[in-house]
Design a protein around this ligand. Structure first.
Ligand SMILES: Cc1cc2nc3c(=O)[nH]c(=O)nc-3n(C[C@H](O)[C@H](O)[C@H](O)COP(=O)(O)OP(=O)(O)OC[C@H]3O[C@@H](n4cnc5c(N)ncnc54)[C@H](O)[C@@H]3O)c2cc1C
Length: 473
């Protein structure tokens, strides 16, 4: 019998499996797809490679969670620094988000002048630095008692930041500035949405500050695509089963039996990297099903619509752009698209000057359920995104060598989930309500962006670190 079975090779599953394997625990990693990484993977379409979703890596710096976990695994990635982290374009105003506060303030003041800018962004900068310096959070869901005890580990955070945790972000920002233009509000809102996965009216100011401050962290580009990072991170693992979907899991008194289409395997402990909304389908067991089903209320049905392109161009592009327009895009929930370009020196993602472009916009899973209108909606949003990206970034149609779109249904087909971006930490869904990395079911664990702590590389890695503590490994 194997010690650990890890189901899913996203950030959470791959890093936990690689860590356990490095520590000498017999571990098998199952992945439904041929490639590792889930939302952070790289795939090939029409002979060209594309990052599936994630394109920016934050948190790989001294004292930060991603670096600390990679160090524990014994893995040093090959990376390029991205600075500015993103370039925001709104109504012909170009604002690079430099990681240096002063550099950023200089350009901000030109584009969105306001006497309160310095004070506001200094606060945002400070809150991020103070948050990342706090360590030792612990969050367990095993029982009410464990939950209460674990909440005490957040005491220093609650005490220190209580003023910002209690206040709604939209109100805080508006009170702080006194008068705020609609344009600047949209500028802030778009940046909050890509990190917090929620609008300022739904979250506290502390979450908003961490989102706005994301670009002050060191951010990296992964040469060769994010998928390469997962291949390298798990390179020493003995047991990786790609193209292998776990279809059912049976719970026994001292072990689990995991069933694939062709075989069964016994494991003492199971770590699921499927979402909290999809894990339930793996079991027939009522106790397990009931546990997962109670979290369905957290499901915000948020997802992404993707446009992938290969363009042949001699122009120089930054790694990442956020393009903000006044009107919301059709069949979406946003007025901003996030566009990432491969680095011109990256031979794998940019062969012979062919840039790989991954563009995304927030949407709702439910917009894509009706089979009758699916194709027409898809081509409408694809055309709209394509038109505005080409106009703003000066791409000619003849430069586009290959392009195609993906919807929440495409994500479901490939990586078995349609809700994307994890659970937003809103005023309503704060910590005690969030699922943890352990469960009340003995030896059953969860990791990934729909459980503690949050989405993205830093958010999922905080959960991996928490799980490490809970397992005492
Ligand atoms: C469009 C988009 C852009 C993003 N951009 C960024 C970014 O720039 N930077 C950033 O830090 N974050 C970004 N994120 C968020 C980040 O990508 C995710 O939060 C993170 O990758 C989720 O990791 P996870 O551990 O939850 O696993 P997932 O990515 O959900 O992966 C789970 C894996 O499990 C596999 N699986 C599921 N069920 C089974 C089963 N039964 N058997 C076998 N395998 C199974 C799936 O195939 C998948 O590979 C982005 C997300 C999206 C959607």
């Amino acid at each position: 019998m194997i010690e650990y079975a890890v189901v899913g090779s996203g950030i959470g599953g791959s890093s936990m499996a690689a860590y356990l394997d490095a520590k000498g625990y017999e571990t098998v990693l199952f992945e439904k797809e041929p490639y590792l990484g889930g939302c952070s993977s790289t795939f090939v379409h029409g002979g060209y490679a594309y990052n599936t979703g994630a394109t920016t890596l934050a948190g790989y710096q001294e004292g930060h969670i991603v670096k600390s976990m990679f160090d524990k695994i014994g893995f040093t990635p090959e990376l390029l620094v991205t600075d500015p982290t993103i370039v925001i374009i709104q109504n012909e105003k170009i604002t690079p988000r430099f990681s240096d506060l002063e550099d950023f303030l200089e350009v901000l003041e030109k584009n969105y002048p306001h006497p309160k800018n310095r004070e506001f962004w200094t606060l945002v900068h400070r809150l991020g630095k103070e948050f990342y310096a706090l360590h030792g959070h612990y969050y367990s869901n095993r029982s009410l008692w464990h939950k209460l005890i674990s909440l005490t580990s957040f005491f220093p955070l609650l005490v220190r930041f209580q003023r910002f945790l209690r206040t709604n972000a939209y109100d805080f920002i508006n009170d702080f500035y006194g008068d705020i233009s609609e344009e600047y509000q949209k500028f802030l809102e778009a940046q909050i949405l890509i990190v917090a996965q929620a609008h300022s009216k739904e979250i506290n100011f502390f979450t908003a500050a961490l989102s706005l401050g994301y670009s002050f962290n060191e951010t990296h580009y992964v040469p060769g695509g994010f998928g390469r990072l997962f291949d390298q991170m798990t390179a020493k693992m003995k047991y990786i089963k790609r193209n292998t979907q776990i279809e059912k899991i049976e719970r026994h008194s001292d072990h689990f039996t995991l069933h694939t289409k062709n075989e069964s395997l016994k494991a003492k402990k199971v770590i699921l990297n499927s979402t909290i909304y999809d894990s339930e389908k793996l079991f027939n067991d009522e106790k397990v099903k009931n546990y997962y089903q109670k979290y369905e209320t957290l499901n915000n049905h948020q997802s992404s619509f993707m446009l992938y392109m290969t363009i042949r161009s001699d122009k120089k592009y930054e790694h990442h752009y956020q393009l903000i327009q006044d009107e919301q895009y059709t069949h979406s929930i946003s007025n901003a698209v996030f566009v990432s370009f491969s680095d011109v020196t990256d031979n794998m993602l940019t062969p012979e000057g062919h840039y790989s472009v991954t563009a995304s916009i927030h949407t709702d899973v439910r917009f894509w359920e009706d089979k009758q209108t699916y194709q027409s909606k898809k081509s409408e949003l694809q055309t709209q995104m394509l038109k505005s990206i080409c106009a703003i970034l000066d791409i000619n149609e003849e430069e586009i060598v290959h392009q195609f779109a993906a919807t929440p249904r495409s994500f479901k087909r490939y990586i078995n989930r349609s809700q994307l971006g994890g659970n937003a930490i809103t005023m309503k869904n704060f910590l005690p309500k969030l699922p943890s990395n352990d469960t009340p079911i003995k030896d059953l664990y969860q990791v990934g962006d729909t459980v503690y702590a949050a989405q993205g590389w830093p958010g999922v890695m905080l959960g991996v670190e928490n799980l490490r503590g809970l397992l005492d490994v």
